[in-house]
Design a protein around this ligand. Structure first.
Ligand SMILES: Cc1cc2nc3c(=O)[nH]c(=O)nc-3n(C[C@H](O)[C@H](O)[C@H](O)COP(=O)(O)O)c2cc1C
Length: 373
């Protein structure tokens, strides 16, 4: 049987990926003052044993005001860096899986309750809330506080905040950065004409709307160790009339590639509750394919990829180079093991779990070296 494409290695900059499965970023809303807790140790710890090629740390705020909720993880000061360092040290003691981090700022979607408490906006005068910022003073269509439009000083501070967080991530030995420019957060708000009503050099044409996200990319790229990849999560469709389209995402992706972006992760939606998403298996794959046809760096497809053959077909046909899985990895943290068993691939596993290898799959596991000693 041919080696499954899903289990072929791939080099992304200095990063050697064992296979084509990446764990997508997933906010856990379980931090205290931006600091990771033992929940993150358990959550990232078990996903680091999943056999995926790369584990992406959840959307991590570059400033306290950039958090979606008061319980988001951040990387903006020595305390948040130390808390993340503690979790990473523990996870890395027992897993060799490379770890990426998603750096984010929520913009007008900040200052909200956690989803399982309804996700409503927390007003700036509430002791747990704060004034949100955005490219323009456009509130979400469901109401809530009006964000303050960012001025030149605010934008300069944010460029510096993204760069500082990237420097901290580099110091922590994180293997790659993913900048969040999708799901309706700050950089997506700049990119979309639905949320960006600016009349200066940062609004209007796509060239202008891309300007700030590209400046953030340059700031992060310059601050993160040169040999390690900086990647971007882009949005293929706002699912809103008058929103950004896949053509915008393709042009943005090409501009990013020209500036040294190492890979693109193609998602969609999240800009405003007015959106009308038609989802189903592979629903974002056509956007990944469009980006892939326009760039030469690796492209990740994500979104309702839950079946092994489905994932193999996405990378096998060349629609994307990698697949991202999120909910499937929570539901079945050994999804990559099961995919390898089903398709005839190999996964890295800890020696402590040697005896779990089912008899019919005797060659399933490659063992982490130190665990064998
Ligand atoms: C619990 C949870 C938290 C998420 N948090 C983030 C996040 O921090 N950043 C992000 O870009 N996407 C986030 N997402 C979206 C996922 O990364 C992914 O794009 C989406 O769930 C679609 O993939 P799936 O169908 O495999 O779940 C989250 C999804 C879930 C289920």
């Amino acid at each position: 049987m041919d080696r499954p494409k899903l289990f072929e290695p791939l080099q992304v900059g200095s990063l050697k990926l064992d296979n084509r499965i990446v764990i997508a970023p997933m906010c856990q809303y379980s931090a205290q003052d931006g600091q990771m807790t033992d929940w993150h140790l358990m959550h990232l710890g078990h996903l680091a044993l999943s056999g995926a090629a790369l584990l992406t740390i959840e959307g991590t705020a570059v400033t306290p005001e950039g958090r979606i909720t008061p319980s988001d993880v951040g990387l903006w000061d020595d305390q948040t860096e130390a808390a993340m360092g503690r979790v990473l040290d523990a996870v890395r003691s027992w897993s060799s899986m490379p770890i990426a981090i998603q750096l984010s700022h929520a913009g007008r979607k900040a200052s909200s309750e956690v989803p399982w408490r309804g996700g409503r906006h927390i007003a700036p005068h509430d002791p747990r809330g704060w004034q949100t910022v955005a490219p323009s003073a456009v509130p979400l269509s469901t109401g809530g506080p009006t964000p303050a439009a960012l001025d030149a000083d605010g934008m300069a501070r944010l460029r510096e905040s993204f760069a500082r967080s990237a420097r901290r991530a580099g110091r922590l030995g994180i293997d790659a950065v993913q900048i969040h420019a999708a799901h309706g957060y700050l950089l997506h708000q700049f990119l979309s004409p639905y949320t960006n009503k600016r009349e200066d050099a940062y609004g209007g044409s796509l060239e202008n709307r891309m300007r700030f996200p590209l400046e953030i990319f340059d700031a992060v790229r310059a601050a993160f160790p040169e040999e390690r990849p900086v990647t971007v999560r882009v949005s293929g469709n706002d699912w809103i009339e008058g929103g950004a389209s896949i053509d915008d995402a393709v042009r943005f992706s090409k501009a990013l590639e020209e500036r040294g972006c190492s890979a693109l992760n193609v998602s969609s939606g999240g800009l405003d509750p007015i959106q009308r998403i038609t989802d189903g298996p592979n629903y974002q794959v056509p956007y990944a394919r469009s980006v892939k046809q326009a760039v030469s760096v690796p492209v990740v497809a994500v979104g309702l990829i839950t079946e092994f053959e489905q994932a193999e077909a996405i990378v096998g046909t060349g629609d994307a180079d990698l697949v991202g899985i999120a909910r499937a990895a929570l539901y079945d943290p050994r999804w990559p093991w099961h995919a390898a068993a089903h398709l005839g691939g190999h996964v890295r596993a800890p020696s402590q779990y040697l005896r779990s290898q089912p008899r019919q799959y005797r060659t399933l596991f490659d063992f982490d070296e130190w665990a064998e000693n």
